[in-house]
Design a protein. Structure first.
Length: 402
């Protein structure tokens, strides 16, 4: 059971010869102090009876205050200790008097900087932008967790929508990260539950559809005439390759080296999830790869000649810059291909991923195998594609209503 006492802190004497009176909590030989707010000279304190001597101004009123606070503190400690016997002295103090206000920006900056230290450059850049946008809104570098209330979030969301002109789902991403920071702070015992505004605040999210190519549209892209050796042809071949090969992300296609290919399979570590994946290539994908193999090809050379051979992909900053630049170039040319193919869809490399998933399910590959080949961490990530295919089947059955 914790012990509570009133002590005169001689170790805290100031230049005036005064020291504070504290309430001391001791539990398991751990000590914590709570200030009474009273300062007085040492000669005015009765160490034996632990009270202020009569010669001190307002001694009767101050002693009454100390006695009442001491009794209140004892009762609260007893009540809390009865419910939670594993409490520390610090937790007892915080339970009774509350936690000190925690600076949200200091906490957020530390979390964001950890992404960079861990080599998650894309995540670092995204969340740095979120915190920078919030700092610009509040126009100061300090913001307490307690200041972010449901009312604050409502005004901030309106600001993002009307002043910054962000769309609903972009705003959702900003606020979702703020919610994550609150959850992290709660888990680390930085704040108390009642200071988390998100249980009372609903994030808005608009339903979006995943764009993919039908067989006819995909064939139209394949049929676009391009000149071998030109970038437009290379980017077309990369898109088609991904659409045949488990819907590989552009980062994984760009990083493919000849050492990853054993004439039938590619063996890679997924760029996004770091999980290991082995994919048997269909004949079409092998035909595409073989176009780029020469007698001079080295095991460490990239299969698709976009990134500079020899770059240090282990350096997150270099890897991010190279892949981002190459991706922008590829997506620009894919839009040209879509125009040439007569498609109205705004083609991007990621559509090859959606296209592979829907084609795979239509061809009868089970959803668990599709999920595995796509490198999804959870099956629910893949189920959206099954829903798309089912909707297509529903539409097909509508012909019987004609």
């Amino acid at each position: 059971m914790p012990s509570v006492s009133i002590i005169y802190r001689k170790d805290k004497l100031n230049k005036k010869g005064e020291a504070p009176i504290h309430f001391r909590i001791i539990k398991n030989r751990k000590t914590n102090y709570i200030s009474s707010g009273i300062m007085l000279p040492q000669e005015n304190w009765d160490f034996k009876n632990k009270k202020i001597k009569a010669k001190n101004p307002n001694s009767a009123r101050l002693n009454s205050f100390l006695a009442n606070k001491f009794t209140e503190l004892q009762d609260q400690v007893f009540e809390h200790e009865t419910l939670t016997k594993s409490s520390t002295t610090k937790q007892l103090k915080e339970k009774i008097y509350g936690k000190k206000p925690e600076d949200f920006f200091s906490f957020a900056d530390e979390v964001v900087s950890n992404y960079k230290a861990d080599g998650k450059i894309s995540t670092y850049i995204t969340h740095s932008s979120t915190i920078r946008t919030l700092k610009e809104y509040v126009k100061k570098q300090t913001l307490m967790f307690q200041d972010i209330t449901p009312e604050f979030l409502t005004k901030y969301e309106r600001h993002l929508q009307t002043k910054i002109k962000l769309k609903t789902n972009t705003i959702h991403k900003h606020l979702k990260f703020l919610r994550k920071l609150f959850n992290d702070a709660l888990r680390l015992d930085k704040i108390e539950y009642q200071h988390n505004p998100f249980p009372k605040y609903k994030l808005k999210l608009e339903k979006t559809t995943r764009s993919f190519l039908s067989d006819e549209e995909f064939n139209a892209i394949e049929a676009v005439p391009t000149v071998a050796g030109e970038r437009l042809d290379l980017h077309k071949q990369m898109f088609i390759f991904a659409a045949y090969t488990g819907g590989l992300r552009v980062s994984d296609v760009l990083k493919l080296q000849w050492k990853n290919f054993d004439n039938s399979h590619i063996h890679i570590a997924i760029h996004k999830t770091k999980s290991q994946l082995s994919i048997k290539l269909p004949n079409k994908a092998i035909q595409i790869i073989n176009q780029y193999h020469t007698k001079k090809s080295k095991p460490t050379d990239f299969i698709f000649p976009m990134l500079e051979n020899g770059i240090n992909l282990d350096d997150p900053q270099i890897s991010y810059q190279q892949i981002s630049s190459a991706t922008a170039y590829i997506n620009k040319n894919l839009k040209i291909l879509a125009q040439k193919a007569g498609l109205e869809k705004p083609l991007s490399f990621h559509i090859s991923r959606h296209t592979w998933a829907t084609r795979a399910l239509r061809k009868g590959i089970s959803i668990d195998k599709v999920s595995k080949l796509m490198g999804h961490a959870q099956l629910r990530e893949t189920q959206i594609y099954a829903k798309i295919v089912n909707e297509e089947l529903d539409k097909a059955m509508d012909v019987f209503n004609d």
